[in-house]
Ligand binder design. Structure first.
Ligand SMILES: C[S@@+](CC[C@H](N)C(=O)[O-])C[C@H]1O[C@@H](n2cnc3c(N)ncnc32)[C@H](O)[C@@H]1O
Length: 344
């Protein structure tokens, strides 16, 4: 039977599963380049390229991407479905970065932006490689919650996202599209009127400009429809912020270590184009399946009504989507499932 190989899952577990027949269909959608394939833009845009980045990196067209999102193997021992990354000393990890990073930067348009993610251990190498190749504008810290506790060390609960551009006088940044909606704890009034916040039937809220400390995003969890079995999957909400802020509508977002497809999926949901490269065939298939689902379901958890909501506001987000009836059936269904997540 097709499903017999699947893991046993809890009833409300929404983790992506592909049946054998689906796998065969999805496989046909992948772009598996051989040495003769012309990798010009029109052949690779809006595709999942399934191969080793190092086999094609010198053949990709230059200055094509408005935004590059890089979530590389961190400097940890990690098994990506058979592709094993072995932890290196700092200098050798930097050498590994130097073997491909400058080539990826060449793919960025002159006014383009690049983000690269890492944890505390590899962040100094990331800063070095960014400073060698781009203008660094900031380092975002994502408080990601979850993660294992440790008895002889502090629990690892944060990641960095380095933000750099090719030309510090000419780059796209749309802060209006990445504002946050936060509950007001101390509602201050002036002349009896709310100061910088609004009173609504759902509570008191303030819309704020985003800082470089992000504490409103959980890592994907089994009850969320975006979840796959990828060991280091990024949340759609996190990638949505990068894309909305740093890529114009219709622009091209490139991810050279695509994993389960998060960057391409979010680009599609937000009406941008995408190019994703991933070495592992199973991950590529998950990415394509998620892209297929995104054709009809544009919902991104925690991003409702054009703003990013703080944690523990799921009930209110549901209420708003219900009131705002247009085309929201999928979003509402998904949000109900998110109740399990509980935002830790
Ligand atoms: C940190 S994960 C990316 C996870 C991704 N952001 C997501 O949301 O699923 C890094 C990915 O890079 C892939 N990878 C590592 N080396 C690669 C290479 N040389 N070419 C292409 N992909 C590679 C791994 O298989 C892994 O899926």
């Amino acid at each position: 039977m097709e499903e017999t190989k699947q893991k046993l899952r809890a009833e409300r577990n929404r983790t992506l599963i592909l049946t054998d027949s689906e796998q065969a269909e999805i496989f046909k959608k992948l772009l598996i380049p051989d040495d003769s394939l012309n990798l010009e833009l029109e052949n690779i845009v809006n595709r999942t390229i399934c191969c080793d980045l190092f086999h094609i990196i010198d053949r990709l067209p230059v200055e094509i991407a408005d935004l590059i999102v890089i979530d590389p193997p961190y400097n940890l021992d990690k098994n990506f479905n058979g592709f094993k990354f072995k932890s290196l000393d700092n200098e050798n990890y930097l050498n590994y970065l130097r073997s491909w990073f400058p080539k990826i930067v060449k793919l960025l348009k002159k006014n383009g932006t690049l983000y690269i993610c890492g944890d505390w251990k590899c962040t100094s190498a990331l800063q070095t490689i960014m400073e060698e190749n781009l203008f660094v504008l900031n380092r975002i810290t994502w408080q990601r919650e979850k993660g294992r506790g440790a008895l002889s060390n502090w629990k690892n609960s944060m990641e960095d996202i380095w933000f750099g551009v090719k030309d510090k006088n000419n780059y796209f940044f749309n802060v209006e599209d990445v504002k946050l909606k936060r509950r007001v704890i101390a509602p201050y009034k002036e002349n009896g009127k709310p100061k910088d916040w609004e009173e609504t039937e759902n509570g008191n809220f303030r819309i704020t400009y985003p800082s470089n400390f992000w504490d409103d995003i959980s890592i994907p969890y089994w009850s969320m429809p975006e979840n796959t079995d990828h060991p280091t999957q990024k949340p759609e909400k996190l990638i949505a912020k990068l894309i909305l802020a740093s890529c114009p509508i219709g622009g091209i977002v490139l991810d050279p270590f695509l994993g389960s497809g998060t960057t391409s999926v979010v680009a599609k949901k937000l009406n941008r184009q995408y190019i994703g490269i991933e070495i592992n065939q199973e991950y590529c298939k998950w990415a394509e399946k998620r892209l297929e689902i995104a054709t009809n379901d544009k919902s991104i958890q925690g991003y409702v009504d054009g703003v990013f909501w703080e944690r523990n506001t799921l009930n209110i987000q549901q209420k708003i989507l219900k009131n705002n009836k247009k085309n929201n059936e999928n979003k509402i269904a998904n949000l109900f499932e998110f109740e399990d997540e509980k935002d830790y």
